[in-house]
Design a protein around this ligand. Structure first.
Ligand code: ACO
Length: 338
């Protein structure tokens, strides 16, 4: 049969670090409150001429280096982001600047679930579409859409990019362990959009004269800042994430006890702890780096994975249960063998 395997990872973060104390000078908050309620202490934010595209390119190059795959051998680049530098997406520019001259690419918009959706898309293209190497980049710069006067949201988010290279594998009957993507689950529920969004509004007129056609042309759309009902999102995550991981484990044919690492989207330490608790996974098997980066949306899972792999924590053959959840609402899990 055919399988796919993660063969490299990389990440990149902006240079500017913003601490909880920095934020307490902008809004009424404190390091103690933020750390106790979220586990977050610092976050990185784009500044100067740094761009989402730049971070994505760096992360992608590092993943290719680890995988020892040449850019020209990449067939597909998926840029999982909700905050591209350009409304029309950024995958084409990323693949061109990385040197993936034989690849095509497109963007995937699924907020904090984007990376998991990207992994699933990659493995489908490999198993059903005959591709050899697919680069999945998860990158977001939510800082551009944060209301920095709203203490309920501005404390949570940071910017980053992470990437993995997913590669085709032929599975021999006797070596099924060559397969690295063992089970998936993805779900969506548009009813929850009211709890978490950065919606467009039509508030800029380009022409004041309607030239005789009432209502035409439409006003130019602009995005509003991120609006969130934190308590509802919290409840959603704690309810849906463990169920989603259980479904993905079922597809993989594995029990929860086989998980070596729980790697959740890094939104809030209390969400991570609650999910680990429900799945009966001890805290020494839980990967967490949100203290340093906050919630980096589609980047959080590949960023944490990259740190865990490079520090030697995650080893070849380890089983990782990864789960993303967020705006849409959309959520999904992947059982990965590193
Ligand atoms: N500093 C100090 N006080 C604050 C702050 C702050 N930064 N923010 C809120 N408060 C106050 C509130 O005003 C409220 O005061 P009141 O009791 O006088 O009304 C009190 O603290 C409690 O506020 P809650 O909103 O009830 O606090 P909660 O314990 O729910 O924590 C939080 C808020 C941290 C946002 C939490 O709900 C959460 O993390 N939810 C999940 C959010 C999330 O993960 N979102 C992203 C996921 S998807 C994506 O990534 C796009």
């Amino acid at each position: 049969g055919m399988g796919s395997k993660l063969v490299g990872c990389g990440s990149a973060i902006p240079s500017l670090s913003i601490s909880n104390d920095n934020l307490s000078k902008i809004v009424e908050t404190s390091d103690e409150w933020i750390a106790a309620r979220t586990g977050i202490r610092n976050r990185r934010v784009l500044s100067g001429d740094e761009t989402l595209r730049g971070l994505s390119i760096q992360a992608a190059k590092r993943a290719l280096e680890m995988a020892q795959v040449k850019p020209e051998d990449v067939d597909l680049v998926l840029l999982c982001t909700s905050t591209p530098d350009d409304l029309f997406g950024g995958a084409a520019q990323v693949l061109t600047e990385v040197g993936c001259t034989n690849a095509f690419g497109f963007d995937i918009t699924a907020a904090c679930s984007g990376f998991i959706v990207g992994l699933i898309t990659a493995t489908r293209f490999i198993k059903g579409g005959g591709l050899q190497n697919v680069l999945v980049v998860g990158a977001d710069a939510l800082s551009k859409f944060v209301d920095w006067t709203d203490r309920g949201t501005c404390i949570l988010f940071g910017d980053a990019a992470g990437a993995v290279l997913v590669q085709f594998r032929i599975l021999q009957a006797c070596s099924a362990d060559e397969d690295g993507l063992l089970g998936f689950c993805v779900q969506s529920d548009g009813n929850g959009q009211k709890h978490l969004n950065a919606a467009t509004s039509n508030d800029e007129s380009i022409l004041s004269n309607t030239n005789g056609v009432p209502g035409f042309p439409p006003k130019k759309a602009t995005y509003s800042c991120i609006q969130m009902n934190g308590k509802e999102v919290f409840r959603f995550a704690v309810r849906c994430v463990p169920q989603s991981i259980e479904k993905a484990l079922e597809e993989a044919g594995l029990p929860a006890s086989s998980i070596d690492w729980l790697l959740l989207h890094q939104a809030n330490q209390r969400i991570i702890d609650a999910a680990a608790n429900r799945l009966d996974i001890p805290s020494d098997k839980v990967i967490s780096n949100l203290a340093n980066y906050g919630n980096t949306s589609a980047a959080s899972i590949p960023l944490a994975l990259d740190e865990a792999v490079r520090s030697g924590k995650v080893k070849t053959g380890d089983i990782i249960a990864a789960s993303g959840f967020g705006a849409g609402l959309t959520w999904g899990s992947a059982i990965v063998k590193w």
